[in-house]
Design a protein around this ligand. Sequence first.
Ligand code: PAF
Length: 287
Amino acid sequence: MEVIHSIADLRSRISEYRRKNDGSVGFVPTMGYLHEGHASLLRKARSQSGLVVLSIFVNPLQFGPGEDFERYPRNTERDLEVAEAAGADLVFMPTVSEMYPTPTRTTVAVSGLTSRLCGASRPGHFDGVATVVSKLFHIVQPDQAFFGLKDAQQVAVIQQMVQDLNLPVEIVPCPTLREKDGLAMSSRNVYLSDEERKQALVLSQALDKAKEFVQSRPNFHAAELENLVTSHIASAPLAVIDYVEVLAFPSLEPFENSTHTDSIILALAVKFGKTRLIDNVILQLRK
Ligand code: PAF
């Protein structure tokens, strides 16, 4: 495994690979502080691609004022161990000035899909994500890129961007990995105190309740599902709900009813102390 810091070096290593090999290039973009969820993306990339490229870059553009850019957890030594064990070939770790050498005057904005859920609570966040991911796609030029469905809105936004800009990359959505007790894996879980960590279990429990509810009531209303989930989460005294929403997936349009929608997402964002956690479940309403 090779660690690369400059765009020019990464481009030349990938072109060299392409000159000498027929295999595809698989790409896993991350912000580091890798956990088993990231490792599962790398393993999937390893199983499908000839060359596996991982990027580790905490992208300032996707953090709003007062968010956790400065204190976002970082641990390069451990990240490199995880990356190597999971099968990465190249690890791209640019500095902020390598990625944004001059003030950025070009951004990529995906409209519609970004006005709800995290897009509503974190204005500008998805412009930052779409901009950095499109830059990374231009640099790496991957055949496939692997993204976790814990941030299902991000997957939907990137799929839309790829379609709209005719980018020649296949987006491979991968399932959310969970701790044994159900908490979705996230680099931000490290911020939680013991008590917050314990109470955060209401999130996956609420999603399980939602799954059961949908199975037993084919003609449910979005509001019934949202109320069920909201009241379970509210049973945790430390939980401060940002949103609990049911939308059609992947369009993220309002969910009308099960006659017109094949697949829905129940997505939530909840704060425990200073830590904002997201989670979701995607439900197929018809086979
Ligand atoms: O999901 C993330 O870690 C980030 O949003 C991404 C896709 C690496 C862009 O910075």
